[in-house]
Design a protein around this ligand. Sequence first.
Ligand code: FAD
Length: 618
Amino acid sequence: MFHVKQYDVIVVGGGHAGVEAALAAGRMGAKTGLVTFRKDDLGVMSCNPAFGGLGKGHLVREIDALDGAMGRASDYAAIQYRLLNRSKGPAVQGPRVQADRVRYRDAIRHIVAEAPNVDVIEAEVTALELEGGRVVGVRIGDDSALLAKAVVLTTGTFLGGKVFIGDRSFPAGRMGNAASTVLAQQLRGLGLPMGRLKTGTPPRLRSSSIDWDMLETQPGDDIPAYMSFLTNHTIAPQIACAITHTNPETHQIVRENLSRSAMYGGQIEGVGPRYCPSIEDKITRFADKDSHQIFLEPEGLDSDTVYPNGISTSLPAEVQEAYVRTIRGLQNVEILQPGYAIEYDYLDPRALDLSLQLSALPGLFLAGQINGTTGYEEAGAQGLVAGLNAACMAFDREPLHLSRADSYIGVMIDDLTARGVSEPYRMFTSRAEYRLSLRADNADQRLTPLGQTLGCIGDGRRVAFEEKNGRLQSARAKLTAKTFTPGQLRNAGYKISEDGTRRTALELLGLPGFGFDVLETLEPDFKTIDEDTRAQLGREMIYAAYLTRQESQIASLRADEARAIPDGIDYSAINGLSRELADKLSRSKPKSIAQAGRIDGMTPAALVLILARIQAVG
Ligand code: FAD
């Protein structure tokens, strides 16, 4: 029977992008339908059992700051905390957790079940419903239609997905799941700019067959850096991982069998992630190295499965077994599931606007792996933005555009929509030019107020944020009220430049040698300031001088970003613009002067010509 059901927003896919999209739309008050193949697969991690890391940890904190689920769920699931780059400055530190797969999935299911305005519908979306050149809903497996004012597509690796193990290949969205082939056909038929990408995963090992006693262990941090601003204690028991290495014998076996690898034997046309190389890539690209590190990461507290981080592969199963068994501690290991590669369709993200809406098909938003990214965090962050914007569209509100100056999410969306991808895109701190101010520790200060204005912050977070800000403000006031001359500091036994400047205690905090331990000796009342507030103020003050300089750069970026480039501008008609730049501009269709400025080879003179053109047509 043919049914029609009406929603404000429909989200297709219950992976990391889809879950954040549906929750965000729901928090905005939109009646949201989350359609996914299997309800039980909400929150499934397709690959590594970990969240966060360098750049990615920033994304999790930003999702959390806008009241998304990933931070809270990963704290619930965390079985090991590590702050990467701990010895470097706070701007490039990356909080990371190793996560118990079952606990993560349970946490996400629980959050979705409790979420306002979200219905989960178990079905395959077979087509988009189109009307008058825009998307008005989706058609599902039983031929019912679900109508909505906006649709968010988050099909991950499932769209036209094909799994490869050696010379064997079959359609699948990931191991054990059907691919989304019917929808892929419709999208290809619409003439959208699509391509193929690939990624791979390592074999999974039976924990009880590993000789753990032979291996060096890696414990977590003594003081955990939580993923969510709302978490204040460790929830699950903590475990250690182990470290082992490949060796010349391992490399020999891989090298001898390269032609049997799906990725090297020519079966896969898509491009893979340069920053997550397979073992085949590693021994080819770094031929001079005779050893690579492998982290053996248990997949959960009650799981007998171990994820060997660093040896993803698409070699035949018997070759995987042979090379894995050459590795120290793994001589008798049992492989529970062979590693494999997957190739899938993605859409060129230059076809999207900054709200992640497809410019050619109004009403359709795209988020996650379908946009050419890789990773749970990148997917979740886009899902959040797409979900918020789908709700904005449903309520006829202005879209949310995050900028490179306010968040890593803004950096990622700008990179994707302006430059597109030539390989799966993942986040790094080096991608963010304003990384001194875009720190993981201040994501809430940067984004929660924006979320409050938008209406996506729940009461629990609002109260916690206001309390935290109250503590920060009162500590800042205390530290600013107390001032010291160089003479006073010298008399108290501390070294300071004799420049005659009277400094506040807050300013002193930014100078080497003036931590809270010193400040307390100068003013005992500072002892009442709690640990978290101290740490936050300390990080702020380390960067204070640099940030003043960065703020003027950010102000000029915002002015440039505000200058939008209208659609349909004819670059070939701009006198004085080189053919090469005109071609690049026509292909990448920058949405603003700031985006145009980041095109490879762009010059200040060319930007002036474009500005003149905008003014002439505007
Ligand atoms: P997914 O998590 O894939 O979720 C897609 C969802 O959409 C699924 O729930 C699916 O059921 C649903 N769906 C799809 N089509 C339909 C439809 N037509 N109707 C209804 N529901 C539908 N990331 C890394 O960072 N590093 C790695 O090394 C890495 N390796 C990977 C290796 C493999 C083999 C795979 C499969 C993934 C790997 N990833 C890796 C990527 C990581 O899993 C993804 O980036 C992330 O899960 C993407 O999230 P997503 O929400 O976009 O899609």
